[in-house]
Design a protein around this ligand. Structure first.
Ligand code: SF4
Ligand code: SF4
Length: 527
């Protein structure tokens, strides 16, 4: 690492970084009224490690969203082969090897609880990383900005274009840009409906006008929201519409990593550092180039401190690190830092009158002191975050265990209420029941139905009343509920009271899965 000197006694002048004529949308020293007109933001493209990481996250999340409905997963001939499918008609949710039935909706509730705890975990560790990297709003705004830059150029050219009078060239560029945005929005809405049906078939139906009206209206609504939220409203959604910035404040603590301007080494900022050096006036590392403001999609100035608008995307870190390298100083003037470390460094930098004195954090050669607190990713590992992680992992493991060991056979029984029982001519009693056997496997099964607790009782089917049986075999279709009416007949001598408890049992004839149901046999015997 170079050894910069705050007094700048260097013989070779470093290249001068570009200065940006940009003003934050909501400066600390000039807060806008609540209903101030919107200031148009023209973010400059950032370069650096965080930007590259964001490109990767953007590509991965977009690929997941657009390609998942086309993935196949073999579940045998009796079940759909989509890897992920929300089957509203049959009320099923398929996710690779997992199939969820409506009565198992608690798994979805469990997933939502995991998502909630996951957000607590991430926010308490690295602030609004969700907002800055993976939130759909952030991802689509990034994508729309790629299109905007490709057609209209980077920040300066876009500002120039917006300021020009309308011409054929300008109209053409705007039409191409908005047309491309609309195409992306259309693809986004189109991809969403593929999660609910067979994607290749539905794609053909949509293109040939054969799809259901709900498919077209869903595409229309999502096209409109994607285009307007991602293309037109952009940062306004995060600042004014999303509740998350308000909630996150309660989740951060002084050990959470957040994007921070280290004013203990940056102030007093100066655009004329050489002049200050010549005068012997102390100055910090910030050369007031505004690169950090120019790249910010939210249009804010991180040097004004933590703000509700900051989505922790870290692009200002990339921008400032680039500037620091150009002027030959240590990177990290803007960095991920905890409030605890920041306060310690600030206390070291402040002189007795409270003013920041940059020389207090540097040694005689101009290097930052070794005792200065630097970004420490190990601050993520602390009691609070480990507790969140343990909760999160325990719920996940519990759900996975239940999922992998759950029975795929279920029995439900409804007792006939009218009449509750019938007295037969030989003095025996008969009760009617509706048996519902739920086969949650994607293959047909033969199920043995028996009774337990009524020793000599027999069962008959409505169509075979003269054929009493102790065991009934039911052929159940794959992934279906099989409903069967049956009658149970018992001799009066076997009944000691008007209501006798017994059990229906079902067992997979070819496997080990079974289920039972506690039922009541009613009769006219005196208790
Ligand atoms: S201030 Fe920095 S981290 Fe915050 S939104 Fe702007 S560029 Fe992203
Ligand atoms: S913090 Fe960095 S990028 Fe921002 S104005 Fe200062 S030197 Fe430039």
């Amino acid at each position: 690492m170079s050894s910069p000197d705050t007094t700048q006694n260097t013989t070779e002048a470093p290249p001068s970084p570009e200065r940006f004529d940009v003003e934050a949308v909501n400066r600390r020293d000039r807060q806008e009224p609540l209903y101030a007109p919107r200031k148009r933001i023209h973010p400059k493209r950032a370069e650096g490690g965080f930007r590259r990481f964001k490109w990767i996250v953007m590509m991965v999340t977009l690929c997941i969203y657009y390609l998942t409905p086309w993935l196949r997963w073999d579940r045998g001939e009796f079940a759909p082969d989509h890897a992920v499918l929300i089957d509203l008609y049959n009320r099923r949710f398929y996710f690779f090897f997992i199939e969820i039935w409506p009565q198992e909706f608690y798994y979805v509730a469990g997933l939502l609880v995991m998502a909630g705890i996951g957000l607590f975990l991430v926010t308490s560790s690295v602030g609004r990383a969700w907002c800055g990297y993976t939130c759909p709003q952030t991802v689509w705004v990034d994508l729309f900005l790629v299109v905007e830059r490709a057609i209209e150029g980077d920040r300066n050219r876009r500002i120039k274009l917006d300021g020009e009078p309308w011409s054929a060239g300008k109209i053409f560029k705007k039409i191409v840009k908005h047309g491309t945005w609309l195409a992306i929005a259309l693809a986004t809405g189109g991809a969403w409906i593929f999660y609910f049906a067979n994607a290749p078939t539905l794609a053909v139906d949509v293109l040939t006008g054969e799809a259901a009206g709900i498919a077209y209206s869903t595409i229309a609504v999502l096209t409109f929201t994607t285009y307007s939220l991602g293309g037109l409203m952009r940062e306004q959604v995060c600042t004014y519409m999303c509740p998350w910035p308000r909630i996150q404040g309660a989740m951060l603590d002084e050990h959470s990593l957040t994007v921070t301007y280290n004013d203990w080494r940056g102030e007093p900022r100066s655009r004329h550092q050489k002049k200050r050096d010549a005068e012997g006036t102390p100055h910090g590392d910030c050369i007031d180039c505004n690169a950090c403001v120019a790249v910010c999609h939210m249009g804010i100035d991180i040097r004004d401190g933590q703000q509700l608008e900051c989505i922790t995307c870290a692009l200002c870190i990339d921008a400032c690190d680039g500037v620091m390298k150009k002027v030959g100083r240590e990177t990290g003037l803007i960095s991920y830092a905890t409030l605890y470390d920041y306060n310690q460094n600030m206390a070291r930098a402040q002189s007795t009158d409270g003013a920041i004195d940059p020389s207090r954090v540097r040694d005689t050669s101009g290097r930052l002191l070794d005792t200065i607190k630097r970004t420490n990713w190990r601050s993520i590992l602390r009691f609070r975050t480990l507790l969140y992680f343990c909760f999160w992992a325990a719920i996940g493991l519990g759900m996975l265990t239940v999922l992998l060991t759950r029975d795929r056979l279920e029995l439900n029984v409804l007792h006939d209420r009218n009449p509750v029982f019938v007295t037969l001519s030989d003095g025996s009693y008969r009760n009617g029941y509706t048996i519902k056997v739920l086969n949650m496997m994607p293959e047909p099964r033969q199920i043995r139905l028996t009774i337990q607790g009524l020793p000599r009782a027999v069962m008959t089917l409505p169509e075979e009343k003269d054929h009493p049986q102790r065991v009934i075999l039911l052929d159940v279709d794959p992934d279906r509920i099989h409903t069967q009416k049956i009658f149970v007949r018992s001799e009066s001598e076997d009944l000691k009271e008007p209501k006798t408890k017994f059990r229906f049992l079902i067992q997979d004839n070819a496997g080990s899965e079974r289920d039972d149901y506690n039922a009541v046999f009613e009769s006219g015997v005196d208790g």
